[in-house]
Design a binder for this molecule. Structure first.
Ligand code: MN
Length: 218
């Protein structure tokens, strides 16, 4: 169990990226899932399903489709920490996965068994309770790290589904460029006269106020 996130941690320099450090956590009652739109060297969507204290993860180049005729390639990648489901922001250029990450969908999922058993069998069926993705879905293993994400036929199936129409974060309603801009405001802001006294009693300087805002903000 301890080594589940080792690969994740060794690939990243946490002094440079604001992604969370991989730590194992005990799971709650509901099993969570997230889909992160990741605009890196290749544009893709990352599906992550909670299992045994980590997020099992697949990179999906074209993203999910509500059309049951579409089989979407889903490449299994390293387990991610549970906290990763809340990550939205910018991974610095040159770092592993450098680019912009948006929370494209989030919620809970249900499956009959612990999906760890189904992973070994190579067939996963699960019901999503997301903001955008709902109903039954399956992941079918075909070779090496390659799986297929398929929408099962149910009342949620939608043959006209067009993923490009969903260009905003479900969490912050921001577009990719808005996420990118708000990140650069944080990291590249130039502070003039940091020691200027803003409040006299008690004496508080400009830099102290800025540091306070940085500390309390996400
Ligand atoms: Mn990714």
């Amino acid at each position: 169990m301890k080594d589940n996130l080792k690969k994740y941690n060794t690939k990243r320099n946490f002094k440079k990226t604001s992604e969370p450090i991989g730590k194992l956590k005990s799971k709650g009652r509901k099993l969570r899932f997230v889909i992160q739109h990741h605009l890196a060297s290749h544009d893709h969507f990352d599906l992550r399903l909670e299992a045994n204290g980590v997020m099992k993860s697949w990179a999906i180049p074209k993203g999910p489709s509500y059309n049951s005729k579409n089989r979407r390639l889903a490449v299994m990648v390293e387990d991610h920490p549970l906290d990763y489901r809340n990550f939205e922001g910018v991974i610095p250029k040159g770092e592993y996965g450098g680019g912009i990450v948006m929370i494209w969908d989030e919620g809970y999922y249900e499956s009959k068994e612990n999906i760890i058993n189904d992973l070994k069998k190579g067939t996963l069926k699960f019901k999503l309770y997301g903001k955008r993705l709902k109903g039954m879905w399956s992941l079918i293993h075909f070779k090496e790290d390659n799986w297929l994400l398929i929408k099962e036929k149910d009342e949620y199936e939608n043959k006209d589904f067009d993923i490009s129409k969903y260009a905003k974060s479900v969490k912050t309603k921001r577009t990719m460029s808005e996420i990118e801009k708000s990140n650069s405001l944080c990291d590249e802001i130039i502070i003039s006269n940091p020691n200027k006294v803003i409040f006299q009693n008690p004496k508080i300087t400009k830099i102290e106020i800025i540091n306070y805002y940085r500390k309390v903000s996400k």
